[in-house]
Ligand binder design. Structure first.
Ligand code: C2E
Ligand code: MG
Ligand code: MG
Ligand code: MG
Length: 273
């Protein structure tokens, strides 16, 4: 009886595994064609400045809608893409789509806000990364201040010398670098402060934990640290009015989250502005 039970267990396990494996393989296969088949698009989520009482920037977020499978969550397909050079192809698509969109908005007199893009390790470590940024900005005749780059702690920590060099060059050129998902990367803070980040973005897990007293202290410490280092501090994942009020009370005045706006289409963003 036990043996039989066991066998069923193993069979189910194998079935489950091959199911997720085949989904992954399928997604990878489809993803290769996603650009050509026009299945990718971007949504934009505003970042609000409480003092300026307006959106100061937008984060570009990649979306993939497959005709049969429907919308695939970015965390799922981006992870798949990151396992191969496919991520380079997607990242290049994002970069030029964002610059082209920013040009359209500039022509419509939406002049002041930046757009930030998420840059994965494989992209920032490409030898022609800086060139490709410059080329895109020049192609659309955009001032570098209108583009910002978000990288995670993990990306900052891989290939340290090269990353630092790239970051310094970008900053000199006028493209700011944002530390995304700050606080969850387990990296040494004394190490991180050597990097030329203009902004830290506090990870949404801290904001979501604000109901908890000790999490409040952690969040306050992160905000104070960023400010004392002369960096801008953005809170991401702000959904509720209480979170918003608390963040304001501890000196975090740049807010991104559903409370103000979900990531939205180009049309809705325009209405917003
Ligand atoms: P991220 O860069 O940290 O982006 C913020 C994520 O938080 C987005 O998820 C956004 O929709 C979500 N978010 C914003 N406000 C709230 C809120 O109030 N509550 C909650 N629960 N979530 C909120 P999304 O769009 O699913 O993207 C997930 C991740 O996928 C991103 O995290 C980023 O790491 C990656 N990603 C998205 N677009 C791109 C891209 O173009 N290139 C690369 N390399 N990665 C991307
Ligand atoms: Mg981001
Ligand atoms: Mg983030
Ligand atoms: Mg994230």
């Amino acid at each position: 009886y036990l043996a039989k039970e066991n066998r069923t267990g193993i069979q189910q396990y194998q079935l489950g595994m091959s199911k997720s494996l085949s989904r992954k393989m399928l997604l990878e296969q489809y993803l290769h064609k996603a650009i050509e088949q026009n299945e990718l698009y971007l949504e934009y989520q505003p970042i609000f400045d409480v003092f300026a009482k307006k959106a100061i920037g937008l984060e570009a977020l990649l979306r993939w809608k497959h005709p049969i499978l429907g919308s695939i969550p970015p965390v799922e397909f981006i992870q798949i893409a990151e396992e191969s050079d496919l991520i380079i192809k997607l990242s290049n698509w994002v970069l030029s789509a964002v610059c082209s969109q920013r040009r359209l908005w500039l022509d419509k007199d939406f002049s002041s806000f930046y757009i930030s893009i998420n840059v994965p390790a494989r992209q920032i470590h490409q030898d022609d990364f800086i060139e490709s940024i410059k080329r895109s900005l020049e192609q659309y005749n955009l001032p570098p201040e209108l583009l910002k780059i978000e990288i995670t702690e993990r990306t900052a920590m891989t290939n340290v010398e090269k990353t630092l060099k790239t970051m310094r060059e970008l900053q000199e050129y006028g493209v700011d670098i944002i530390l995304d998902d700050f606080g969850i990367g387990y990296s040494s803070i004394s190490y991180l402060v050597q990097y030329p980040f203009s902004t830290i973005k506090i990870d949404k897990s801290f904001i979501q934990g604000l109901g908890n007293k000790s999490q409040k202290s952690v969040c306050r410490a992160l905000v104070a640290m960023g400010r004392n280092l002369g960096m801008n501090v953005v809170a991401e994942g702000v959904e509720e009015i209480d979170q918003y009020h608390y963040l304001c009370s501890i000196g975090c005045h740049k807010i991104q989250g559903y409370y103000f706006s979900r990531p939205t289409s180009v049309d809705l963003v325009e209405k917003f502005f």
